[in-house]
Design a protein around this ligand. Structure first.
Ligand code: BT5
Length: 267
């Protein structure tokens, strides 16, 4: 039987994205599948989507629990402006995912859910994790770079489907909104929101709007944070996101510019 998600998504066309769709009922990881396709010559505009994942991944080799009822997708995009800004593509997709969630919910019940971003990639609702973004870079044979940006979103499943240790820290869109959102509607809205933001980046020739939107969405700014880096742990106040998407933390000793790390919000 043809899947509803698959059929609905095939009808969706946007200017930049979704010119090609690869759909799985189940796969190890949509990021891995997208990466393999890019290494075989696939280009920008590929959307890989799966109803569930057997080996969903988070950052630093962590696991992403991926039962049916969640959204698991990866999008292949060329970095914009210059390769050094490639990490900002992930922030743009994080913003677009919040935009897409709220469009889908507004359409369904005329209100929104207060989804915020914990720097750099967690989608949070009142301290619980709703989803995450995994941005990866692939160097192609010709030396050019491609970003593969994975989005995992807990849409509509029972928290019992997650391991016990995540049941108090995770949430789903259904739990937060009380409405069932069709996966195809949610994916369509997210893709439209990515498309809109990409065109904006190209029009204004910078990531200024991406950074401003991220700062507005970011629940980390203004908070006391502890960040575990490879060699040290930094504790201080998160005061800004700089032009590269790094977190700026002010500690008693100095200002730290942190490009990746594990953030714990202290208060
Ligand atoms: C992330 O990693 O938050 C990025 C997750 C990206 C998943 C997407 S799904 C499509 C694409 N294909 C993939 O294989 N991955 C991407 P990180 O910040 O490292 O968070 C991982 C941590 O979140 C885990 O160690 C758990 O503590 C927690 N976690 C795992 N699964 C969860 C879930 N479904 N809901 C809430 N928390 C979860």
């Amino acid at each position: 039987m043809a899947s509803k998600l698959n059929v609905s998504l095939r009808k969706l066309i946007t200017k930049i994205l979704l010119t090609r769709l690869v759909y799985f009922e189940e796969t190890e990881s949509t990021n891995e599948a997208a990466k393999a396709l890019v290494l075989q010559g696939e280009d920008e505009g590929l959307l890989v989507i799966s109803e569930r994942q057997l080996g969903g991944r988070g950052r630093h080799g962590r696991k992403w629990e991926s039962p049916s009822g969640g959204i698991y997708l990866s999008i292949v995009l060329r970095p914009r402006i210059s390769n050094e800004f490639a990490p900002l593509m992930g922030l743009m997709v994080a913003n677009a995912t919040i935009g897409g969630i709220n469009k889908a919910i507004e359409f369904r019940k005329g209100s929104s859910v207060n989804v915020r971003l914990k720097w750099p990639n967690d989608l949070m609702v009142e301290g619980r994790k709703l989803g995450g973004i995994l941005g990866e870079l692939v160097v192609r044979e010709d030396g050019s770079l491609m970003t593969i940006i994975g989005v995992g979103l807990n849409n509509d499943f029972s928290l019992d489907e997650l391991p016990e240790e995540l049941q108090d820290t995770a949430t789903t869109l259904y739990r937060e909104s009380g409405v069932t959102i069709q996966p195809a509607a949610l994916v369509a809205q997210i893709v439209y929101c990515i498309d809109f933001r990409l065109q904006e980046i190209e029009r204004i020739g910078s990531f200024i709007a991406t950074l401003d939107e991220f700062r507005r969405n970011c629940v980390t700014l203004g908070r006391e944070v502890t960040i575990g880096l490879d060699a040290e742990t930094v504790t201080g106040t998160a005061i800004d996101i700089d032009e590269n998407g790094s977190l700026v933390v002010e500690s008693e000793e100095r200002i730290h510019i942190i490009s990746a790390g594990e953030v714990i919000h202290l208060r």
